[in-house]
Design a protein around this ligand. Structure first.
Ligand SMILES: C[S@@+](CC[C@H](N)C(=O)[O-])C[C@H]1O[C@@H](n2cnc3c(N)ncnc32)[C@H](O)[C@@H]1O
Length: 243
């Protein structure tokens, strides 16, 4: 079912559609059409907040010499951040979009990459010390993703999950919607991002991923589950440990 069928007034029903078809939405959003411009787009459309959020995420990685899975690594921006601060760690990237992985490989040839789904990982049990992801939570089927996190993470390992959120405050909501109206117009000029720019707001607004993720993490046994909101509630990082 197409994301265009969303009706934000019938929230409960549409959330199910979003949850089940997360992969479909991601496949429509990310392709060879926009892979080459992704890094610039994420930098400018977030007013470079993307860099500060990623730096915060990397700050949650305790210690060095880790095996780290950058889930939905895209073009490898986050992997590069990790490599810069944790030089002795080994980073494996995984993403469903082949064209994004090709770019990641061409830029950071040291990266080990797999073309796979977050809900169905091709790694052995208890492989990783850290699983980290940026902008994946809203596209994925969270329960399957969390099950795989639990399976491939070592005991004592941590998960760090970041994505956009829909702000709570009334004034921020107003600004947020105005911003997306501008982005929508921008899509008429930057046509390779038209579909994303006109649908991303609905994907974020309809997906209370922080709440759902906390529930899934707790349900499977993760502990020390914590969260922090950034940039007036427009993004969040959730982290937790497998004890
Ligand atoms: C906005 S990009 C983020 C890329 C990178 N994490 C970053 O922060 O720059 C979202 C990425 O998530 C990937 N993705 C979406 N759903 C996925 C899934 N279920 N499994 C694996 N990758 C997924 C897409 O292919 C895309 O590369």
């Amino acid at each position: 079912m197409s994301i265009r069928t969303f009706n934000i007034h019938s929230y409960a029903m549409n959330y199910v559609i979003l949850d089940r078809n997360g992969n479909l939405i991601a496949r429509k959003f990310f392709s060879s059409l926009n892979a080459a411009s992704y890094d610039k787009i994420v930098k400018y459309t977030t007013f470079d907040k993307d860099s500060s959020w990623k730096k915060e995420m990397v700050g949650f990685i305790d210690g060095n010499n880790k095996l780290i899975l950058d889930l939905a690594c895209g073009t490898g921006i986050l992997s590069t951040f990790i490599g810069n601060v944790s030089a002795e760690s080994r980073i494996i990237g995984c993403d469903l979009t082949f064209e994004y992985l090709k770019l990641a490989k061409s830029r950071q040839s040291y990266l080990l990459l797999t073309n796979s789904l977050a809900e169905f990982l091709p790694y052995k049990d208890a492989s990783f010390d850290v699983i980290i992801s940026s902008y994946l939570a809203k596209y994925t089927e969270l329960s399957a993703m969390v099950r795989e996190h639990w399976r491939v993470l070592k005991k004592g390992g941590i998960v760090i999950i970041h994505d956009f959120t829909y702000p709570d405050a009334k004034m921020m909501k107003l600004l947020w919607h105005t911003y997306f109206q501008i982005l929508n117009q921008l899509g008429k000029v930057i046509t390779s991002w038209k579909y994303v720019f006109s649908n991303l707001d609905k994907v974020i607004q309809l997906n209370p991923w922080v709440y759902n993720l906390e529930r899934e993490l707790d349900g499977i046994g993760f502990r020390s589950i914590s969260k922090k909101y950034y940039t007036c509630g427009t993004a969040a990082i959730v982290w937790a440990r497998k004890l």
